[in-house]
Write a protein that binds this ligand. Structure first.
Ligand SMILES: O=C(O)/C=C/C(=O)CC(=O)C(=O)O
Ligand code: MG
Length: 223
């Protein structure tokens, strides 16, 4: 482990690799076919936001969605990692939100364009504090939940992931090198929906951690 503290992974400026459509019921609720391979996209480190700062609706969106996800924090670099040793590369976990400008994503999909505007804007990746690996003995046995203004919107178990955490680590490391401090977002269960300015989001991993965020709005841009 390096002298930098991976428990503050969001300060490292490393990759945020996101997996999409990894839960069948979520793929179906957005009318997508089930993937035969993981769907990957990236967020920049400027997407991170921590409790105490607001999630900002991008100035070009009027339909920002919440997606609660289990994040995997990489603790050991690697390329072409076999599934059998994939968990040796995990330092720990984080509770994450993959905030998504759904209206913009729908436009990108219709035009066959990448999802960058919809997924990679500043504050699109709210994260909890670091959760040491020992606190989650099995990443396939985690219950995720999310409430908006105290009303439950999402509740789902990571047991229902299509592609497991070891499979995802192995698959991603055959596309790009994994580095210490990288974060992998593993996809969202069903129940995604809109949030608006002034809403309060609470999310949790049952029995492990919870976090609260307020929603604000980016100032409109005038050229
Ligand atoms: O294909 C779509 O319409 C939307 C897909 C996503 O936003 C994928 C995810 O980010 C996810 O499943 O967590
Ligand atoms: Mg997602």
């Amino acid at each position: 482990m390096s002298r930098r503290n991976v428990a503050r992974f969001w300060e490292w400026g490393r990759k945020i690799i996101c997996v999409g459509r990894n839960y069948a019921e979520h793929a179906r609720e957005l009318k997508n076919e089930l993937p035969t391979e993981p769907v990957l996209f990236l967020k920049p480190p400027t997407a991170y936001v921590k409790e105490g700062s607001p999630i900002l609706v991008p100035h070009y969106s009027s339909n920002l969605h919440h997606e609660v996800e289990l994040g995997v924090v990489v603790g050991k670099a690697g390329r072409q990692i076999p599934q059998t040793s994939a968990m040796e590369h995990v330092a720990g976990y984080a509770l994450c939100l993959d905030m998504t400008a759904r209206d913009v994503q729908d436009q990108c999909k219709a035009k066959g364009l990448p999802w960058t505007l919809a997924k990679a804007f500043d504050t699109s990746c709210p994260v909890s504090d670091f959760i040491p690996k020992e606190r989650i003995p099995d990443p396939a046995g985690v219950e995720l939940w999310l409430k908006v203004n105290s009303v439950t919107r999402q509740r789902g178990s990571t047991a229902h992931m299509i592609f497991s955490v070891p499979f995802l680590i192995s698959y991603i490391s055959r596309v790009m090198a994994l580095e210490e401090g990288d974060l992998i977002l593993t996809g969202t269960p069903k129940g995604v929906g809109a949030v608006h300015e002034h809403d309060e989001l609470q999310a949790g991993i049952e029995g492990v951690i919870s976090m609260t965020f307020r929603v604000g709005r980016q100032a409109a841009v005038h050229n």
